[in-house]
Ligand binder design. Sequence first.
Ligand code: NAD
Length: 498
Amino acid sequence: MRVIDHVIVGHAGGGGGRTSEVFDPNTGRVQATVTLGTQADLDRAVAAAEAAQPGWAATNPQRRARVMFRFKELVEANMDALARLLASEHGKVVADAKGDIQRGLEVIEFCCGIPHVLKGEYTQGAGPGIDVYSMRQPIGIGAGITPFNFPAMIPLWMSGVAIATGNAFILKPSERDPSVPVRLAELFREAGLPEGVLQVVHGDKEMVDAILDHPAIGAVSFVGSSDIAHYVYRRGVAAGKRVQAMGGAKNHGIVMPDADLDQVVADLSGAAFGSAGERCMALSVVVPVGDKTADALREKLIPAIQALRVGVSTDDQAHYGPVVNAAHKKRVEDWIQTGVDEGAELVVDGRGFTLQGHEEGFFVGPTLFDRVTPEMSAYKEEIFGPVLQIVRAPDFETALRLPSEHQYGNGVAIFTRNGHAAREFAARVNVGMVGINVPIPVPVAYHTFGGWKRSAFGDTNQHGMEGVKFWTKVKTITQRWPDGSPDGGNAFVIPTMG
Ligand code: NAD
C-alpha cells in the first residue's frame, strides 16, 4: 500500500503512528494511506522553516519571482499527470481537475509580479526635512489548512502569495486527497525554492490544533466548513495569530422573468452539478421570480438534468464524477431525505444511483427539488452534493432578501437582461461575490476571493492585494536627516507636521 508522507526537511518517513485511508472514489477502494502527524512532526517543520525563512526573506523579490516563473512552467509540463492524480483521489473529472490546477496557477502568475506589488508608499517632505515611507515585510512563518474539494487551487492560493512575499509556509492539506499538494511541494523544490520554505504536514484535528497553538507560526489561512472555520478563527486569534478562515456556502441564482432561460439552464447545469456540487461556489439554490418563470424554468431543467452523464473521472464524456467518500455520499443522500421529510417536492431523485462496473464507487445522481422554502433545514444548511433546489419568489425584493438573509454569503448570481435590476441587485445584496449572468463568479487571481457572514471569518480575503496584505506586515518609517543646525523643537509636545 502506497504511503503518503509529510514533506518536512530531514524527515525520513515511516515512524509508525496514526494513518488515514485515501480512497479512489471511482471504485470505492482504498488506494493509499496518509500519515497523520503530531506535535513533534510540526515542531520539526517549524524548526526548518525558522532556519530557512530569514534567507528567503532577504532574497530579492525578483529572484523570488523567478522561482514562481519556473514553478509555473513545471506545473504546466506536468499538468496531465497532476490532473489524473487529483481526479483519482477527489473524483472530479480530469478536465475539471485541470481547471482546479489552472485556477491555482493563475495565482502563481500574479505572484510572478510580486516585486511590483511589494513596492511601498513614499511621501517626500511630509514635514520640514521629513520623509515618510512604508514597506511590507513578511510575517515569518505562515500555515495553511485546506479542504478536500480544491486540492491544487486552494493550497496554491495560500502558498503562492505567502512564499512570494518572503514567508516560510507550512501546508496542512486535506487528509482525503493529499497527493497533489505533496507533488506541488516537490515541484516548488525543483523550481529552485530553498529547502524549508515550503513544507507539507499531514493530519487531522490534532495537527490543526498544534498549528493553531504553535507560538512561532504568525498567520494561519484556513478554508473548509464553517463550524471548523469559526473554531480555527477563534483559537488562532486567541493565540495571537493573524487568521483568515473561509467557510461553507449556499449560493443562490436569481432568475428574472426576462432572462434567457435556455442560457440559464445551461449555466445552472454546470454550476450546480459540476464537480458533483462539491464546490464552495456551486450554485445550489435557484430563485425564479414569478411562478411563470419558475414553471418554464422547471420544465427546461428536468430534461437537462436527466441528460447529465455521471461517470468515472477518466471518462471524458462525463459531466461529473463521484463524491469524495462513502460518508459524504451518505450525508448527501440523508439531506435529500430531509428535504422530502420537510415537504419539498423531489422532482428528480439521484439517490441509489450506481454506475455499471463501478458499483462500489461513491456516485450520487443529479437531484432537483422544487418548492423549497426558507424555513427548511435542507435550505439553511450546505449539502455539498449534486442537488439543486428551486425556491420560488413572487418578486425581485423577495428574491433579493433570500441570499441576503441566508447564514452564508459566499457567492450569488443574477440572470437578467435588465441592467437596472442587475445593478440594484449587485449594490444591495448581502453577499461577498456577485455574478451578473455569470453563474460561478470566482474572481480572477489579481482580484480577491472571499465571502461574507458565515462564509468567512476574519477580515482579509484570499489572493490579489488582499492576500499580499494578509501575508505581510506594514512598517512605516518617518525619517529626518538634520543638517546640524538647532531646530528649536520642543520634544515635550506631540510632534505635528503643521
Ligand atoms: P472540512 O472543514 O471538513 O476540512 C477542512 C480542513 O479542516 C481539513 O484540512 C481537515 O483536515 C481539517 N479539519 C477537519 N476536521 C477538523 C476539526 N474537527 N478540527 C480542526 N480541523 C479539522 O472541509 P472539507 O469537507 O474538506 O471541505 C468542504 C468544505 O469547505 C465545504 O463546507 C465548502 O463550502 C468549504 N469550502 C469553502 C471555500 C471558501 O473559500 N469559502 C472553498 C472551498 C471549500
